[in-house]
Design a protein around this ligand. Structure first.
Ligand code: NDP
Length: 304
């Protein structure tokens, strides 16, 4: 008996599969640099406090770092840690030649100024790409370490569409960690870019102009099917937990910023939530760590 594919299956952009492929390429690059140049890239992750979601992220980052053949170091600090103690740890990691990448898991407790901490990270080791130097390099077309989530979105888009030249991309959201760097990356890839946000007039009409629509808002299923141009490529960055009474009392499920079923009927391609952009973030972190390691040591970055 022949099996029929799920309707719209060919429109779903499989971020899990792409991220798995990227991790394999990262692992090959790690083994190449280790054989050719005799070093193993190392990532240090700093977690302050016991936020449950952050603990899961940090565990996954450490596990995947080791699985790709790199060294992983975790620094877990008490929730009451003061800013000076954290800055001292960052200074030590900056000075440690065995550490190629430093990631401070956000959010930080309220007694700590997160921007001051991010700005204390040596830009060459800033694998999250949040340092103002890397943001400035990205904006001016320099060699930057690029924030992982928007980098993952760009890789998915290029894999699906090839050359993005001349396409109109609308990015909904202007945060420093997703919306703005996403827009810069799309501009760098020769798309024509519009950035929309909470003050944009007639957001649905703006979205309907998009060949590429990136939603990075944090509002469950805000983007409806009739906001999407027929055939557009939709990248849903949003991760929102909503009640799921159908699963039982008190249960929840994850949804994106896009109403998926409505969008699937109109779009040419779309990332699901979960399983779209989410898995790309850690894979890009690993890629950035190899890139940082090679750049710091002045060796050619293997193809990834
Ligand atoms: P922020 O809250 O920092 O930014 C949200 C942006 O959305 C702001 O620019 C805001 O506009 C805009 N916005 C809010 N409401 C509206 C509205 N009604 N209409 C239009 N624009 C609106 O969020 P982040 O950028 O950090 O994250 C966005 C989403 O992406 C979240 O769901 C987050 O969980 C998810 N995320 C997912 C990651 C992944 O790995 N897949 C990684 C990082 C984030 P304004 O500036 O005007 O306030």
């Amino acid at each position: 008996m022949s099996r029929t594919a799920e309707p719209g299956a060919d429109k779903r952009i499989d971020g899990r599969a792409f991220a798995a492929g990227l991790r394999e390429r990262v692992a090959r690059a790690v083994s190449t640099v280790s054989e050719t140049h005799g070093f193993t890239p190392g990532l240090a992750v700093v977690l302050v406090g016991e936020d449950p979601a952050s603990q899961v992220y940090v565990r996954n980052k450490g596990k995947q770092t080791v699985e790709t053949g790199m060294r992983s170091v975790e620094h877990r600090l008490d929730a009451s840690t003061d800013q000076d103690t954290l800055l001292k740890l960052i200074a030590d990691l900056n000075a440690d030649d065995a550490v190629d990448g430093i990631l401070v898991q956000l959010p930080l407790p309220e007694q700590i100024d997160a921007q001051a901490v991010l700005d204390a990270i040596e830009p060459a080791k800033d694998v999250d790409g949040f340092h103002v130097i890397n943001a400035g390099r990205l904006a001016t077309g320099g060699a930057a370490l690029v924030p992982c989530t928007p980098l993952g979105c760009l890789l998915l888009l290029q894999d699906r569409l090839g050359d993005l030249s001349g396409k109109h991309a609308v990015v909904v959201g202007r945060s420093n960690i997703v919306g703005k760097p996403m827009a810069q990356l799309l501009l760098g890839a020769n798309a024509t870019v519009t950035i929309a946000h909470s003050r944009t007039a007639d957001l649905p009409a703006m979205c309907r102009q998009a060949d590429i629509l990136v939603a990075a808002v944090g509002r469950p299923e805000m983007v409806r099917g009739d906001w999407i141009k027929t055939g557009a490529t939709v990248i849903d960055v949003g991760i929102n937990r909503v009640p799921a009474p159908e699963k039982g009392d008190g249960k929840t499920r994850l949804v994106g910023d896009v109403a998926f079923d409505e969008a699937l009927a109109v779009a040419g391609a779309i990332t699901p939530v979960p399983g779209g952009v989410g898995p790309m973030t850690i894979a890009c972190l690993l890629r950035n760590t190899v890139e940082a390691a090679c750049r710091r040591r002045g060796v050619t970055l293997p193809e990834m």
